[in-house]
Structure formats: C-alpha cells, structure tokens
Design a binder for this molecule. Structure first.
Ligand SMILES: Cc1ncc(COP(=O)(O)O)c(C=O)c1O
Length: 500
C-alpha cells in the first residue's frame, strides 16, 4: 500500500456521518436506474454473444490502486457498466453449458437485493431470517424424503455441503473421541470410498478434513461410468484385512463428467452391511427426484445418511446456495456445536429463539441466502422445477440424437441425464490430433460467442461437453450448436472424402 501524508480531518466528521447517503433521493434514483439496467440486461441476454474476451482497456480498469478518497456512487456505477458488466462469465446466457452451472432468475436477483438490504447475520438469534432458513430446510427434507427429524444447513455450494457431511461421517469413527482428540485417536487409517468419477471437491474435502487424498479410494466404474459395487466390496474387505478403517461410502447422483447415477440402493446396502456412513453427492443429479420417471434410477437416495445438492445448479437459483441434509441430527450437532458463553442461547430476547444455525456448520457469520430459495420456491412451485428439469433432460436426448445422426460427429459417452459429451471426427486423424482439433474447435466456438460448452477427457479422449442446467435454452440453441460445430470442424480439418 502507498503511504501518503496524514489525512486532513474531514470537517463533516463533526456531524457524525454514517455511510448512508447524504442525499437519499439521489441514490434512490441511481438505484432505480440500476434496477432498470439489470432488467434490460437480463431481458436482452439472448441478443449478446455467449462470451467475449475482456479487452485491455477493461482489464486495466480492474488493476487500479486502492481508492483512498470518496467517489460519486454514479461514477462507480458507470465504471461497472463500462468495464465489468459486458464481460460477464455469462452463465445467464441460453447457450451457456459449461461445467455445471445455473443461470439464476430476475426474481432471484430481486430476492438477493432484499436479503442484502435486510443484511441479517444468520449465525444466531431470534429473528425471521433464521426461521426462513429452517423452513427451507424442512422443504428440502420433504423434496428428498428425509425424515422431519433430520437436520441440515444451507451452504455456499455442494463443495462445502460435501465437506460439512464428511466431517460428521468422520466423527462417527469414534463419536466424541475424534472430535476431541483428533484423527490420531482412530484405531487405523480412515478410508472413504467413491467411484473414480466422483467430483474432485470430495477428494479435496478428504484432504481438508485430514483424511488425505490417498485415503479416498477410487473405485473403478463400468461402461456407463457407474461404480462397480462388487469391486467396492472387495476393496473394503482387503482394506479391513490390512488393518485400515473404512468409514464412509460416497455415492454419485449425477457425475460431473457424464451425469452417471451410481446404483444408490446397492451402495446403501453395502454401507448398511459394512456399517459405514453413506453420503450422496447429488449436486445436480439428485434434483430429478422431482420427476416420477426418475424414482427408480435414484432409488437409495432416501436411504443416505447425508445428501448434498445445490440450488444454484439445477434449481436455477442465483449464486451461491447449496445445501446438506443429515439424517442423524444429533451427530450433525455434535460435530459443530460449541458451548461458548458468548453464543449461549437465552430464554428470551434476541438471543432466544431457535437453536443457532452455527451449531450445524463451520461458519459463524452467514448471510440470508435462504431468502431467495424461499421466494423462488414459492414463486415457481416445485412443479415448475419438475417441468424445467424434464425439459433439460429431453434437450440432452435431442442433442445426443443430433450428434449420432451426423456423420461428422461422435457421441463419446452414454447420456443418462443432462450431459452430452461429443466430438467432431473427420475420420482421418489419430487420437492426439483429434484431441487438439476438438480443443481448437471448442475455443473457436467460445471466442466467436456462439456457445459455451466445456470439455472433459474420457479415457484420454477430449470431449466437447454440454451440461444442460439452463432454463433459457431452447431446441434451436442446440441446432445452432451442432451447425456451428460442423462448420468450424470442417474449416479446421475437412472430413475424409469417403465420410461425406
Ligand atoms: C457432482 C458435483 N459435485 C460437487 C460439485 C461442486 O459444487 P459447487 O460448485 O457448488 O461447490 C459439482 C460442481 O459442478 C458437481 O458437479
């Protein structure tokens, strides 16, 4: 930080000014303009490119020295409009299909404004916002058929939800003792099992909670990218024989690469017979539980000891909000509650009321992310989500059909859910050249602002990966993607003569 001469006392300081506006009317007008601008921005999103690179001028605006003195709020806003807003990641765009990300909604944006205006801290206390979060958690239990006695907490996303659950699972190795003495008290090396397709955040979680990445046992998958349960059983047997301590199985409801759903009922059965904690990472793939036609594929979800999922992915809610549910609320509470005097609940007054939410998670200070969930679930009703999720699944089938009927394209994996992996294959290149070609093709699709799918490697083969958790996509968007893929692919490397 630069050092300047001592600041001259502000003559207005004697009036004990706060950070509230000196001129409320002026800020109100700016606020109305901001609201109009954002409504227009969202309404016209389809007219803009799916993505655009950040020009040097805008980048420069984001590399300025620390502001020292006040600036006009409208000047700050102009800076935002010119240099930040146009270069959004654009997961709000109808042809954004990268990673697994939702697009939010205008009403969600408004809900966030209300939450931010109220600005409550949900750590503790008797106030409406904590009751709203508890209401939302009760609704989650009802969606996923968890018992009313289960507990839960809203998190920033599925990564935090997974870690929150893994800590509870880990403590069950020796209830009370692990919490107090740490992992050295464990009578063996604790092990977690999940398929080789498990999201990296679970492995990261194993690292963060002191288990270690080597002790997340990656179980191989079958041709449909689902965990091989017989191999899992054998690995558990061998690890036990070697004196290790299996304690948790993680099932996938929707893997990040291909959307595969593990045999959750089978995993629940292994966990029960082996007396292990059964956690399900259902970040997005647990949401089709809303669809009666997915009941069989997701059977076993309701038997999980803990479940993580996101509202910001396939419930299309504004970032960030995920959730974890834990069947055994006492185990959950034991993992996170702490009897410190300054957080003790009282009988009455602000410190009375429901049990502090901070007894169920790592964070003490927490914002009011529950408000948008509450408002959006009310605005749309669960049936609207059922309809939209079903539409995304049928769009992925439509896209897969476009791929399989095009001689230039190749479907790279089964499409059980909402993720389509494909590549352009001109028929006259080796695997390394195909990888390079498809990577170039994807970059051109993005640079030209046509669409933003992402990518993955499936057994070393580069795939263009389209993950559809987008309530704005239409079938025409997928037609456009396929036309552009073929056009760009042919311009980079024309197909072999006999393939046309
Ligand atoms: C299966 C799965 N689990 C966990 C995560 C991590 O979720 P978050 O980004 O909300 O932390 C993702 C993210 O895409 C995911 O696909």
């Amino acid at each position: 930080m630069q050092h300047h001469s001592p600041i001259v006392p502000d003559p207005t300081a004697s009036r004990e000014q706060s950070l509230d506006p000196a001129d409320w009317e002026e800020l109100r007008q700016l606020g109305h303009r901001m609201l109009d601008d954002m409504m227009n921005y969202l309404q016209t999103v389809r007219e803009r490119p799916a993505w655009q690179p950040i020009p040097a001028e805008a980048l420069e605006a984001m590399h300025q020295p620390l502001p020292e003195f006040p600036q006009d709020a409208s000047a700050v806003y102009e800076d935002f409009v010119r240099n930040v807003l146009p270069y959004n990641k654009n997961n709000i765009h109808p042809r954004f299909w990268s990673w697994v990300e939702g697009g939010g909604t205008p009403f969600g944006m408004l809900a966030d404004m209300l939450a931010s205006g109220m600005n409550p801290n949900l750590a503790i206390g008797d106030h409406a916002p904590v009751h709203i979060e508890r209401q939302v958690l009760d609704w989650c239990k009802s969606i996923f058929s968890f018992p009313p006695t289960a507990s839960g907490i809203l998190t920033s996303g599925a990564s935090m939800a997974n870690i929150t659950a893994l800590v509870v699972a880990r403590n069950q190795i020796l209830p009370q003792v692990i919490r107090q003495k740490g992992l050295r008290a464990a009578p063996g090396q604790p092990l977690i099992y999940g398929s080789s397709e498990t999201h990296n955040c679970v492995v990261k979680g194993a690292v963060v909670i002191g288990i270690g990445s080597d002790n997340f046992r990656k179980v191989p998958v079958d041709a449909e990218y689902r965990i091989k349960i017989d191999v899992l059983r054998q690995m558990i047997r061998e690890d036990r024989a070697a004196g290790h301590l299996p304690f948790c199985i993680v099932g996938n409801a929707g893997t990040v690469n291909t959307g595969a759903i593990d045999d959750l009922a089978g995993l629940a059965e292994v966990a029960r017979s082996e007396q292990l904690w059964f956690h399900v990472d259902g970040a997005f793939g647990a949401v089709p539980i809303l669809l009666p036609e997915f009941a069989e594929q997701l059977r076993g979800l309701e038997a999980a000891d803990s479940l993580s999922f996101d509202f910001h992915k396939w419930f299309y809610m504004n970032y960030e909000v995920g959730a974890v549910l834990i069947r055994d609320s006492a185990a959950h509470r034991d993992a996170y509650s702490s009897p410190v005097g300054y957080l003790a609940a009282h009988e009455r007054g602000l410190a009375g009321g429901p049990e502090p939410l901070s007894n169920y998670g790592m964070e003490l200070s927490r914002g009011f992310r529950a408000l948008k969930v509450w408002m959006l679930l009310k605005q749309n009703g669960i049936r609207q989500y059922e309809y939209l999720v079903r539409r995304n699944i049928s769009q992925s089938q439509y896209l897969a059909a476009l791929v399989t009927t095009s001689p230039d394209l190749e479907l790279m994996a089964p499409v059980p859910l909402n993720i389509v992996c494909y590549r352009y294959n001109p028929g006259n290149l080796d695997e390394a050249a195909l990888n390079a070609l498809n990577k170039e093709l994807l970059q051109q699709l993005q640079e030209q602002g046509i669409a933003t799918p992402s990518y993955t490697l499936l057994e070393g083969r580069y795939a263009i990966r389209v993950a559809i958790t987008n309530h704005r996509s239409t079938r025409e968007d997928f037609d456009l993607l396929i036309d552009a893929t073929i056009r760009l692919g042919r311009s980079i490397h024309p197909p072999a003569q006999n393939q046309r």
